[in-house]
Design a protein around this ligand. Structure first.
Ligand SMILES: O=P(O)(O)O[C@H]1O[C@H](CO)[C@@H](O)[C@H]1O
Ligand SMILES: O=c1cc[nH]c(=O)[nH]1
Length: 237
């Protein structure tokens, strides 16, 4: 069986999948961290690979950018390929003065301005998408052991990368640490399919100060986040 956007055959995708937005980050993760990576997807250049990490089977699947795109890949991974654990490894913009470029943010919850909550539950319901507790807890203890500079808290998954109307200082006042574009959908869909999801982000730019990393660093430079994801998640299996 192949799904609409993933051409893997049954059994070619591991139960645990890392999900970066960027297909070239997926390629880099597979080629740098996996033993014996095999590419199972090139449809739309949304690369997917399976290999092993310290002997344990793991995959990486590019999600593309934004909630509509990650919703397609996460749904097909869970519904059509039986994936159990989905770990977003993404970049994000900091909106808190306490969070700095290259810090790691582990998403405990994901707020959003997307219509996905309203269109799923109907008017008047404000569902709160949250991380899987076991994955969150494993990531936090592994980040502590590795002595990483990390934060745990609420992330804002916004529909617009270029958003002149958003009040980032108000988001920060209410505890939002960083903005990105996928986490709320990933957490909500994992709840729907009764699977496990976590988002780990590296701050690529600071929205309030303007500090930023390069495109090359966003593609290949965030190894601490990838190793945190692999070391913590695989320890829960
Ligand atoms: O680096 P990735 O994982 O793509 O994540 C962030 O980067 C993209 C925007 O540049 C959005 O997908 C956002 O969520
Ligand atoms: O979605 C994103 C990702 C990185 N930086 C941002 O400002 N937004």
């Amino acid at each position: 069986m192949m799904s609409t956007h993933i051409e893997a055959k049954p059994g070619e995708i591991a139960e645990t999948v890392l999900m970066p937005g960027d297909p070239l980050r997926a390629k880099f993760i597979a080629e740098t961290y996996f033993e014996n990576p095999v590419r199972y997807n090139t449809v739309r250049n949304a690369f997917g690979y399976t290999g092993t990490y310290h002997g344990q089977r793991v995959s990486v699947q590019a999600s593309g950018m934004g909630i509509p795109s990650i919703s397609i890949y996460a749904t097909e991974l869970m519904r059509d390929y039986g994936v159990q654990n989905l770990i977003r490894v993404g970049t994000a913009g900091a909106v808190s003065q306490d969070v700095h470029v290259r810090d790691i943010v582990i998403g405990q919850a994901a707020s959003t301005d997307s219509g996905i909550i309203q269109s799923t539950f109907g008017a008047g319901i404000y569902y709160a998408p949250i991380a899987d507790y076991n994955l969150l807890s494993a990531a936090v203890s592994t980040a502590q052991e590795k002595q990483l500079k990390f934060h745990v808290g609420n992330v804002f998954a916004e529909d617009r990368f270029y958003n002149d109307e958003i009040d980032n200082e108000k988001l920060a006042d209410y505890g939002i640490m960083a903005v990105e574009m996928e986490m709320a959908a990933l957490y909500m869909l994992a709840a729907k399919y009764k699977r496990h999801a976590l988002g780990i982000l590296t701050i690529s730019d600071h929205i309030l100060t303007g500090e930023a990393t390069t495109a090359q660093e966003r593609q290949t430079g965030f190894g601490q986040m990838i190793e945190l994801a692999l070391d913590s998640v695989l320890q829960t299996l």
